[in-house]
Design a protein around this ligand. Structure first.
Ligand code: SF4
Length: 277
């Protein structure tokens, strides 16, 4: 049984918000959620916890894609490195500062979603829930003005445990998924549900159809990332590096609860993506 003393700082902050927040809470759920939770069960559980709205970060990722496409159209001869991974952003800042100018100056899915939420429901408190520890730094250091509390799926599970919020039984869960719209996301994503898989950005943005094979590269994992960044400037053909620090993408992030294999995680994301198209 989870104990309040064992909570991470962010889980504890979320627990406080569920008790004391007068502004109303909006959950922004990263697309890898489907590895750790069921849908629409996750929405039911978050609303039971006290969230007024629950939205998919996959919607913000559509804006990230649109901004990237606009940039590459405006500057067809420039080279870009994608920026949704805060670990890669920090690696570039600290180890490859000569590459800073190539980081695409666009919103990450988290910041784009936060802006959508602010427009839709001004003044509500935004909580980003995802697989990534470093998103806490992105929220607190890079996007402070957006006032986001970033937590992991593991933090969320701690809070569910404290509040004794559990998934429904399988039969009720299936029935809910088939019959009820009550627990659908309040803002829904689309093909960007592929984002947490390595290469999901390149594929969902359609940039793979606009560039030739030698003009873009998809990289994941710390060793591959370091190699790709150190060779980036020497690769004259390369125009876009779609890069994530975790091996296989965000489905393998350190803030997940799942013990499933990478293949099983990938399958859950793809199944969810295909179901909702
Ligand atoms: S790849 Fe890993 S470190 Fe990068 S955003 Fe995804 S979960 Fe975070």
């Amino acid at each position: 049984m989870e104990n309040e003393q064992n909570l991470t700082k962010e889980a504890s902050e979320l627990l406080d918000l569920t008790h004391n927040n007068k502004r109303g809470l909006v959950a922004m759920v990263a697309p890898s959620f489907i590895v750790d939770f069921d849908y629409p069960e996750i929405v039911r559980m978050l609303k039971k916890l006290g969230f007024r709205y629950v939205v998919e970060v996959a919607r913000g990722a559509e804006i990230t894609n649109a901004q990237l496409l606009a940039l590459t159209k405006l500057h067809p001869d420039r080279k870009y490195i994608t920026n949704p991974c805060p670990t890669i952003v920090r690696l570039i800042r600290n180890k490859y500062p000569q590459l800073l100018e190539y980081l695409a100056p666009i919103d990450s899915p988290m910041s784009a979603t936060a802006k959508i939420v602010d427009k839709e429901w001004p003044g509500l408190k935004k909580v980003f829930i995802g697989p990534c520890l470093m998103k806490k730094f992105e929220a607190n250091e890079d996007r402070k003005e957006l006032d986001i509390l970033a937590i992991t799926f593991r933090d969320l599970q701690q809070v569910f445990d404290i509040k004794e919020i559990k998934p429904s039984r399988l039969l009720r869960r299936k029935l809910l998924a088939m019959t009820s719209k009550k627990y659908e996301f309040d803002i829904i994503g689309g093909h960007t549900r592929l984002y947490p898989i390595s290469g999901g950005l390149a594929q969902s943005s359609g940039i793979t159809k606009k560039l030739t094979d030698v003009e873009y590269d998809v990289i994941s994992g710390p060793n591959n990332a370091n190699k790709a960044l150190s060779e980036f400037l020497n690769n004259k053909d390369l125009k876009l590096l779609d890069i994530l620090n975790c091996d296989g993408g965000c489905i393998n992030g350190p803030g997940m609860n799942s013990k499933a294999s990478l293949d099983e995680r990938r399958k859950r994301v793809i199944d969810f993506y295909e179901k909702k198209q």
